[in-house]
Design a protein around this ligand. Sequence first.
Ligand code: PCP
Length: 418
Amino acid sequence: MFYRTIGPFKVKVNALGKFHIAKAEDIKRGETTDVYFMRTLKILKETGLAKVNVTAEITTGRLPKKWNWGILCGVEEEIALLEDLPLNVYSLPEGTIFYPKSMNGVREPVMVIEGPYGVFAHLETAMLGLLCQASGIATAAAKIKIAAKFKPVYSFGIRRMHPAISPMIDRAVYIGGFDGVSGLMGAKLIGKKPVGTMPHSLIIILGNQIEAWKKFDEIIEEEVPRIALVDTFYDEKVEAILAAETLKEKLFAVRLDTPSSRRGNIKDIVREVRWELDLRGYKNVKIMVSGGLDEESVRELSEIEVDAFGVGTSVSNAPTINFAMDIVEVEGKPRTKRGKMSGKKQIWRCSSCIRDLVLPIGENPPKCPLCGRRMKPMLKPIIKNGKRISREKTATEIREYVLEQLRKMVELQEDGSK
Ligand code: PCP
């Protein structure tokens, strides 16, 4: 029996094997696939068709929650899955805004795979899973970042999902535009320090919020902002004043995580807290709200003096984007199923209108039907004959790319052209 020291505890190693998760090598080998792909492979091998060259594209016909655009996320893991296979892969850059259909009504192929079908048939399930969930999370995060009027928003939602995917969740939320994540592994993955305040448990165990705030200030590293949780035992404004009088100039912010049973009109509660703090000269103390927030409640609260938001379930448990992968060419000849359009395609984007046309490969660069400007091709090669050819971008670079697009979308929305 092996033991591993985790924090103050010695843990039986095989206990670790008990989590119901697939390991990276299982995923790469196709162990997480749907069985009908294995049966298809068997038939193709026995009929000598496994080496048939196809072009397959990943598209979605509609988005959840009446979203009219989405953020593509999960491309890095897709490369990890498909790398070293004799395939060519083209993709929208990770973080790119995409539409289910272009202005000319064609489904947008966010990723295109070329090569012998038998090489990746058993990976379709994982290929879709990697894009569907991460893109749903990144899109939900982007919508909330816009609803927050680009004020700071922090990811507190990994506790709602299986811990094995918490790094992926935090990365997708950050790429979607959030300013920080609470998870240790997620923060490491994005190359950032984890963010967080204090849980109710600290105050409950110390039995006294003033004692808890003081101990936090005495013991926790100085660079960690002093954000006092002010809803544990008394009314928020009473605790906010107590926190300000306890930590004085050291108090960076107060966090309201008001239980739903007491939430009533949270906007008025925030206004009261703001008023009482200002009245006593604590104008610099910021107000953070968390607990059960979603796009709608964040939009409402961003109208008033809320300086930052902590959002959990509504991003970590965001709806998936139901991508599907379809063959559109066999041995270079257009062929696909009903409901899809055959042949290889390119997405052309007008970067001024952020609107697209999808045209067959080889067509001349079109002009934007809305503003007449020249459009640019969006699908870029990322893997050539199994070799990665695109540079790996940091999560922060991809996030900046997303925020740039979101600001443009808001601008277009505000001047009524969206
Ligand atoms: C949790 C945390 C966040 C909540 C959950 C985020 O609150 O403080 O505010 O999640 P949500 O958006 O899914 O609601 P609690 O568990 O109430 O409190 P604690 O901070 O004490 O863990």
